[in-house]
Design a protein around this ligand. Sequence first.
Ligand code: SAM
Length: 267
Amino acid sequence: MSFSADWLALREPYDVAARNAAVLDAVAAAFAKRESIAVVDLACGTGSTLRAIVDRLPPRQRWRLVDNDLGLLARAAGLARPPAREVAAVPIDLSRDLELAVAEVDLVTTSALIDLVSADWLDRLVVEAATRRLPVYAALSYDGRVALDPPDPFDRRLVDAVNRHQQRDKGFGPALGPAAVAEAVTRFARVGYAVVQGESDWVFAPQDREIQVEVLSGWASAAREMDEIPLPEIVGWLTRRRDHVAAGRAAMRVGHVDIFARPSGTR
Ligand SMILES: C[S@@+](CC[C@H](N)C(=O)[O-])C[C@H]1O[C@@H](n2cnc3c(N)ncnc32)[C@H](O)[C@@H]1O
């Protein structure tokens, strides 16, 4: 599954606004007494997690940015140049070489990834983290909650189809989709981790037209791929929703959750 740099750039300011402050505070507090830190960002895209948390971590930082999309990685390497930080952009297929990616770091970060992965892959992540006693900050996982304003009688049916589409294979086996956070919390708790979690919903106001249209169009495509709803009904829904956006009367909330999972006891 590929993600365009344009899409990642469009969503980044909404992601920044959405990141849960209490979870971010917990990440910062965990490393507050240290002078240096080595971080791996899994599925980094263009490096949005680095930009979001670089100022919350110890002054000396070594980042390994990992993705399997060479175009995005090249942008990440170009964009992520905070002064006095070492940044290496490393191409790794995480469905295969996760273990390589998380070697020799103090913190694992990721965003908008956990909902794409399978239960088996999540097990691998938890095992790799737990055996190394690594904390994991996983932000912005979609959890299936959607509120659209003004409401349309067809919203529920369409979002249900989208949520089933979220469970299709995104390159890591059958995806956990909206269940990902709950599954991650359960697994981390099972290996003795303490987990801080909090909502990090996208909130789109009527003036946020471009991202609303992009998200709604993506959902219509996903619903079409599910082949459960007649095409004219999907087209009718998208047309009505786009009309609301164009008229400046549409607002959206899209549910996401951030977690920070940390081995209990001292590091
Ligand atoms: C939704 S984007 C999130 C990007 C970035 N973390 C952010 O929040 O902007 C998902 C990312 O996962 C990466 N990805 C998907 N499958 C991958 C794989 N098998 N190995 C490594 N990266 C992968 C994509 O290239 C993309 O950058």
